[in-house]
Design a protein around this ligand. Structure first.
Ligand code: PLP
Length: 484
């Protein structure tokens, strides 16, 4: 047999092509080295964060100068980059993982959720279709069905993971518009006989304004219904708004009740909203972005009674369920409607099945394996573990309330969830300077928010590792800041 030698230049070229860019795709031995370094450094940083200030202590001007040195002209060693990044994060963030972070509900993430991110990052599955990622798509669908059942929705309820509550609420509006008039899918707002409008309370999360804009019905489509003085949607104001809109040629589409307002954890009257929505042939959505976690607790879930009547529900896994950011859930009892809202067909996708392929039933196309965070957390803790997680939050909130009230502070809201709207004792003036002093002390993190028109100090106790001592420390920090 004749043997043809390849020319030397061709062999050299081949060798070059088979070489990887090792800074991007290191050898297995180097990956282990970086992984070990990361694990250890992150663990130590986490420990230091818990002992240090909650607020950033880095000089931003110096940091910007350092950052400007990254002109990306020459490669830098990965080990050095990892250490640099961790150090800057340690000093340059409000630490939501700190046990005295009493801010919004994106607290310390569960460890199973962090493991999920690592697994998803390694396999990097594309969840647009089930054809390419059957296991991942099945896991997500299974979790969504379990959460839907736990919320009391029927067995045929379906949904998907979203980037967060805003995307889930946006999905609800698109479904409501498509259900109200299937021609919305092709004609947009022009399909309606008059301007479409929908109803949320004044205390709702105002991403609704952007959502109306995105959906093409305009920001003025959002009807901000008055509240009842206790932070809940006023039912007679809601009724009047629907009647008034009909009379003036507008087209009411949806009532979106909030189950856990962002500022005060108040729950709109869910039954009454459902009744009004259904008797007027409107879509009934429940935004339970953070309050939805109460479904875990048999003892506390009755606060959410009425959620089971919803056409659709938003629950964020990255809030009180404490997965990593961003991880929301959209659930609807009308699974067919999801496919009429989001269907699309292309030749380059391997399949186009509404029962299986998330890209034809949701806003996103390329999709990260977000649901693994909730799957691993829920499987590791069980509903009972999550019940204990939310119940301990509520107990700590009650403790905080009792300690503050005993010192002359007062609480403006009356929420079944883990948030207090705190008012200083009479004569202590504005809340903003008090909050500023707490933040500059670094002892805790709370926010200025507004409840029923007045400024309050909002403290949310949803961190899974906050202890009684941390609550006491917050009380002392507030007292010191108010005395100043
Ligand atoms: C009640 C409520 N709905 C919606 C959202 C928006 O969720 P996300 O920030 O995940 O988009 C929030 C966020 O705090 C919220 O509290």
């Amino acid at each position: 047999m004749e043997y043809h030698r390849k020319p030397l230049s061709q062999l050299k070229k081949r060798r070059e092509l088979s070489r990887r860019i090792s800074n991007l795709f290191p050898s297995p031995a180097n990956r282990v080295r970086w992984d070990d370094l990361l694990t250890l450094n992150l663990l130590r940083a986490n420990e230091r964060v818990a002992e240090g200030p909650v607020t950033p202590d880095l000089n931003l001007a110096d940091f910007r100068r350092e950052l400007a040195d990254f002109d990306f002209g020459r490669p830098r060693p990965l080990g050095e980059l990892l250490s640099w990044t961790i150090e800057k994060m340690e000093h340059g963030l409000v630490h939501v993982t700190h046990p005295r972070y009493f801010g919004l509900f994106n607290p310390a993430p569960t460890f199973p959720a962090q493991c999920a991110d690592r697994i998803a990052g390694t396999f990097n599955p594309q969840l647009a279709t089930s054809t390419t990622s059957p296991v991942a798509v099945e896991i997500e669908a299974h979790v969504i069905r379990s959460v839907a059942r736990r919320a009391g929705l029927p067995a045929e309820a379906a949904g998907h993971f979203t980037s967060g509550g805003s995307e889930a609420n946006y999905t609800a509006l698109l479904c409501a518009l498509t259900r109200a008039n299937p021609e919305f899918a092709t004609k947009g707002a022009r399909a309606f006989a008059g301007p479409p409008v929908f109803y949320v309370s004044q205390e709702s999360h105002l991403a609704w304004i952007k959502i109306a804009h995105q959906a093409g019905i305009g920001r003025s489509a959002v009807r901000l219904v008055a509240t009842d003085g206790l932070g809940r949607m006023d039912q007679s104001a809601l009724k009047d708004a629907v009647i008034g809109d009909r009379a003036s040629g507008h087209v009411p589409i949806m009532i979106a009740a909030t189950a856990g307002t962002t500022n005060a954890g108040m729950i709109d009257p869910l039954f009454a909203c459902a009744e009004l929505a259904h008797s007027n042939d409107l879509w009934y959505h429940v935004d339970a972005a953070w309050g939805g976690a109460l479904i875990a607790s048999d003892r506390l879930r009755n606060s959410l009674t009425g959620i089971e009547l919803a056409d659709s529900v938003t629950i964020d896994a990255h809030k009180w369920f404490a997965t990593t950011m961003g991880c929301g859930m959209f659930i609807t009892r009308h699974s067919q409607l999801l496919s009429s809202t989001f269907q699309v067909s292309t030749s380059f996708m391997p399949s186009n099945l509404p029962s299986l392929d998330p890209y034809v039933t949701s806003v996103q196309w390329s999709r990260r394996f977000l649901g693994l965070r909730m799957f691993l957390s829920l499987a590791a803790a069980g509903w009972r573990g999550y019940a204990e997680h939310v119940e301990r939050s509520i107990e700590l909130t009650k403790l905080l309330e009792a300690k503050l009230v005993a010192r002359g502070w007062s609480i403006a809201n009356s929420s079944p969830l883990a948030v207090l709207c705190i008012k200083p004792p009479p004569g202590f003036g504005d809340v903003r300077p008090i909050v500023d002093r707490v933040l500059s002390s670094g002892r805790a993190w709370v926010a200025v928010a507004s409840f029923e028109g007045s400024d309050i100090i909002r403290a949310c106790v949803t961190h899974g590792e906050t202890t009684e001592d941390d609550v006491v420390e917050l009380v002392h920090a507030l007292d010191a800041a108010a005395d100043n």
